[in-house]
Structure formats: structure tokens, C-alpha cells
Design a protein around this ligand. Sequence first.
Ligand code: FEO
Length: 399
Amino acid sequence: MINIQEVTKDIYWIGGSDRRLALFENLFPLPKGVSYNSYIVLDEKTVVFDTADISISDQYLENLKTALNGRPLDYLVVLHMEPDHCSQIATVAAMHPELTLVGNVKTFQMMKNYFPETADMKKIVVKEGDTLATGAHTFAFVMAPMVHWPEAMFAYDTTTGALFSADAFGTFGALESSIFADDYDFEKDYLDDARRYYANIVGKYGAQVQAVLKKAAKIDIKFICPLHGPVWRGEHIAWFIDKYQKWSKYEPEDDGIVVIYGSLYGHTASAAEAFAAKLRAKSGKDVKVYDISKTHSSNIIGEIWRVGKIVIFSPTYNNGIYLPVANLLHDMECLTVQNKVIALAQNGTWAPVSAKLMNEKLSTLKNVKIVDNVLTIKSALHASDEEALDVFVDAVTEA
Ligand code: FEO
């Protein structure tokens, strides 16, 4: 069934949502699905901004055909070459041999690898500041390298103020009944998934996001049209840009505390729960507890981005760090987590060493302070450990 939505004058959303895919990039769970956005401009010339993932190709191609209504497709602008957006390039090119592909030098290097059959098509190679005039609209290109791949770029419509932002300002989560963010309670319906998307997909590239936000600050943005999730418009845009400012500067969004534990048989879990209750009472802060074996690491990474203070409980395992915790620390390192206070608790029935090993890994992160006080549990926490637990709670509260 055709599903075309108007964004603003001459600009239409022709994407679709996928609620069947289990894992985005075969990595990240999608309990609420994901949308793949594509946009068409029906001006004197016709322009499509990006295609869509193969999973929604039927819907996408039906939308495209209907939107064009028999008109030729003049330009296919490729803002991002990751296959969740570019998968239909060869198909669209075969349907519309008249079109001209628009991308930058790196776009076409990647396109040659993915779609060698487009080698002889008409192309326009753009760079920072170049424009594409289509009649009533003129699109200016803004390079956005590493947000999220090297070839990523934005396009800004000087007529409507619409910014086509590729992966930036996107979110996991299918679109519900509207394409506009302000039709939802975004904070309730999407924010956790938007943060999870940001942290796991582009979290590593904070400096590059900052660079592109500086460019964006110089233009009058009336719409943000991302490749995933709802479209932003009007006064709501500033709220989401502020989130991106904080996330890309690795600044906490709130003063909550996140407690993460690994636990083989429940003893470390029990200690973490007792600690969290005391920490909430002592600090007055919102404290959230996560079992690393039950909560996907992408959700925990999202939570790490949200707060400034983290407490990690790990059993000692094979004389090392409990594997799911070790994997999380590796992920934190890859994503260049910064600006955190981290406290460590370890368990070990005969030789607890996980805190020392976690400290060594986390100390390599930028602007991360490890709390000196370490809680050590020998197999299980007992009433006799109450004083040590209180000292640890005090140390975490005051850190
Ligand atoms: Fe949504 Fe980097 O692709």
C-alpha cells in the first residue's frame, strides 16, 4: 500500500518502516523496529535523496513510482552509502536510466564497489558548498565525514530550510502514525532509542559531529530530515540539537547513576542491588541497575552516555574479568567513552582480581576518574560487610 507523506512544499517522505528485522547491522536489537527514510523533491526537476534498505524495497519502489507519477527522475542524491540506505541504487538506476547520480568523490569510490553497474551513468561530483538548483529549490552540500562513514554529507534546501542530515539526528524505532517528531511524546517514545542509536552508531565520532554541528549553527534550519526516525521541524529542532551537543561532547544528560553488574549465580547481583538501594538513599539520585547478561550491551552503552557516574560490579572469571563485562569495557574503549566517574566492585571466591584489571582498561579512557575505594566481595556479601559497603556508598556518592 502506498505511503507517501508531505514534509513541506514539494518535498515528500517516501520511506518505510521495518518491524521484522531482529538486529540492526546484525548487532543491535530492534524491539521497536526501524525506519528507512527517503525523500523526493517534485520541483521543475525531480530529486530523490537516498534510497532505502532492501527489507522495505517493495514499499519503497511503490512509493517512488507513485510519487513520480510518470515523470522522469532527474537526480538521485546519495548522502550516505551504507547499505541500509543505498541498497536500491542499482534498482532505481535500472528503472530510471535517465537519472544523474549526485555524490562526492568518496561516494563514488564506494558506489563503484557496491554497484559497478552504475559506472557509466551520468554523475555530478559535489564538494563542500556546491549547489544543485532544481527550479524553485537550491540544495547546498555540506560534508559530514564520519557521521557516520567518510563519504557522509548533508544537503540543505535554501528555499524551505530543510536539512537532509543522513544518519545524524536519526533514531531506532519504526515510525508510528506520523513522520514528525513533534506529533509524538519523543522523550517517552523515542529518546532512549535515539540515544542508543547515537552512542552505538556514531558515538565514536564526537569530534566529527561537533564539526558538523558548528556548520549547522550557521544555517537557518526549519526541518531536519534524517535517514531514520521522525522528521524534526520548527522550535522542536533546538531541543534535539542540544541533545546532540551533549552526546557529542560526551557530557552527561542528567545526574543519574548507572550500576552494571555481571553475576554467575546471583551473589554479585545481590550485592549490586543492596548497594544501589543504599546509594539511592544516600545520594538522593536516580540509580538504575542493569544485569549485563540480560540487558543488551547497546542499551547499556546508551545508559552510559546518559549519565556521568557508573558503578561496575564484576566477578573474577578465569583469573580475569567476567566475559560480558570485559566485552562492555572493550565496547566503551572502541566508542571512546569520556568524562565519567567510574567506581568498581569485584567478587572472587579465592583470588579477586577483576577490579584491578577493569581499572587498567578504564584508565586508558579520556577524562575518566576511577574511584579509589574498591568494594571486594568474597563469594557473597554478608552482614559483616555492611561497613565496607557503606564506605563504598559514601565514596561513590562523594566522587
Ligand atoms: Fe543508517 Fe550509517 O547508515
